[in-house]
Design a protein around this ligand. Structure first.
Ligand SMILES: [Zn+2]
Length: 154
């Protein structure tokens, strides 16, 4: 890793002021609940220094980041009981390391495509999702608490 990669980049939104909905953070990582998403329980894990790729981190740093991702994935599975978890590290728009942890349900408007695909316009399918989503959303506060507890105790 070159030292320049660890300097904050003033053009980077993830190096800037703290965003809303921080569930937990330490000197290296920040965990955000993406609460304004139509996908319930969507969590983002951000590596706090301005690195673009996983291989910009040391092996120990990579392990630490992925342990956080796996801890949260386990909690999402236990508490929200999704049909699938999507883990995504893209960074094309913001080349600052972050992982998206997105619980998915077969009835959600984009399944089986990525959440960034076009949503279904099928009214029957959307009606099924509307019946499920409130019950899923009711479990999100428990997920938020469990993440804060698990990582805070780590
Ligand atoms: Zn950055």
């Amino acid at each position: 890793m070159t030292p320049a990669l660890t300097q904050p980049d003033p053009a980077c939104p993830l190096c800037g002021p703290a965003p809303a909905n921080i569930l937990w953070e330490d000197a290296q990582q920040r965990v955000i609940h993406v609460g304004d998403s139509p996908f319930p329980g969507y969590i983002r894990v951000i590596w706090r220094t301005h690195a673009a790729e996983m291989t910009d981190l040391s092996a120990a740093e990579r392990d630490r980041l992925m342990q956080t991702v796996y801890q949260i994935e386990s909690l999402q599975r236990r508490i929200l009981q999704p049909d699938k978890i999507n883990l995504a590290s893209l960074g094309n728009q913001v080349p600052h390391l972050h992982w998206h942890l997105i619980p998915r349900w077969r009835a959600d408007p984009c399944f089986p495509d990525a959440i960034w695909a076009s949503a279904s316009q099928n009214p029957d399918r959307l009606a099924v999702w509307r019946q499920q989503v409130d019950e899923i959303r009711a479990r999100v506060p428990a997920l938020r608490h469990a993440i804060a507890d698990a990582l805070g105790a780590a």
